[in-house]
Design a protein around this ligand. Structure first.
Ligand code: CO
Ligand code: CO
Ligand code: CO
Length: 328
């Protein structure tokens, strides 16, 4: 999940002033980055939330893929992970918790990182996630503040996970009905990260709690540019669209849509259901990548060859109005 309330509170705290802190809280980036040596930076992030799937093993995998994504979004490789767990151990059998933890373990292993511990508290509402630690070369760190005019924008996963998990919670579908989105949520962003490092890109963030609109706006503000998104180019899960058309969407989509209204301009031609999708909070969403125009096609075909089949060119970066988002 993004910083939100936390960032607003911490805004009033003294800023850590240390040249080794390469990325802090200023532009709501995905993770903190700290330079250990000239050629080595540490990346740290934490993410956890209540179950959004019925199957605890799948939930554990998705929660872990989501937490690890913040390392990939910075251009890094995860090395260590710690479980963050709240669970009603007194009321619910520990086999459920075991399945969640097994899911997390499997994804951390797939990422090539080590699961080295964690912390559990007794809580009525279960929550699970990871504190993840990664590394990168300091010069290769990708932030959300270096998108440049004339860049093209690529999104690597379809939108709609918030809408579909809402439909699941309301009992309108079963997990088996949302297979395509499940696979997308289970997929680590590691292949997309490898492709962007191969090609060389300017900026990146992953799409999570603030939806495409929120995270794209953060990139626009962080970079001092305008992000222009082409509605028809955005990859969207068709089942999620059909639920949005029926008025099924999470409360977070409504909050995201109301957020910073003045800085986001959405064409009146964009239908309300599509607006719900653009504002839909994503869990284990894709990467939003700002890539120099001349490398955009190479990155897109690299992504498709690597199996990131939903990746699409969704727009471009303009010089002005700075710090804004246009959806046309
Ligand atoms: Co996060
Ligand atoms: Co993130
Ligand atoms: Co402890």
């Amino acid at each position: 999940m993004g910083p939100g309330v936390l960032a607003r509170i911490l805004e009033h705290f003294p800023k850590p002033l240390d040249p080794r802190l390469l990325v802090g809280m200023e532009t709501s980036d995905d993770a903190a980055v700290y330079r250990l040596r000239e050629d080595l930076a540490l990346i740290a992030t934490v993410d956890f939330f209540p179950p959004l799937l019925d199957d605890p093993y799948l939930f554990g995998q998705v929660a872990a893929a989501n937490a690890l994504s913040d390392i990939y979004a910075m251009g890094g490789d995860p090395i260590l992970a710690l479980n963050v767990v709240a669970f009603p151990c007194k009321d619910v059998g520990t086999e459920v918790l075991e399945a969640i933890l097994k899911g997390g373990f499997v994804k951390v292993k797939e990422a090539g990182a080590l699961l080295v511990g964690g912390h559990t508290i007794e809580d009525g509402v279960p929550k699970y996630g990871l504190c993840a630690i990664g590394t990168a070369h300091p010069a290769k760190i990708l932030t959300n503040k270096a998108a440049s005019p004339k860049d093209r924008l690529i999104l690597t996963k379809p939108l709609g996970s918030g809408i579909l998990t809402t439909a699941l919670r309301l009992g309108l579908i079963k997990e088996a009905d949302m297979q395509a989105m499940l696979e997308s949520m289970l997929a680590l962003n590691v292949k997309a990260k490898d492709c962007m490092l191969d090609v060389g890109v300017n900026a990146c963030t992953d799409i999570t709690g603030f939806g495409l609109l929120g995270h794209a706006l953060e990139m626009a503000m962080g970079s001092g540019v305008c992000l222009s998104i082409e509605t028809n180019a955005v990859p969207i899960d068709p089942l999620a669209l059909s639920f949005a058309e029926e008025g099924v969407y999470p409360g977070g989509a409504k909050r995201n849509l109301a957020f910073k209204e003045g800085s986001v301009s959405v064409s009146p031609r964009v239908s309300q259901p599509l607006k719900w999708l653009f504002a839909d909070p994503q869990t284990s969403g894709g990467l939003l990548i700002s890539v120099p125009e001349g490398r955009a096609e190479a990155l897109l075909s690299g992504l498709h060859q690597a199996g990131v089949l939903s990746a699409r060119l969704i727009g471009k970066v303009l010089e002005a109005p700075k710090g804004t988002l246009v959806v046309a």
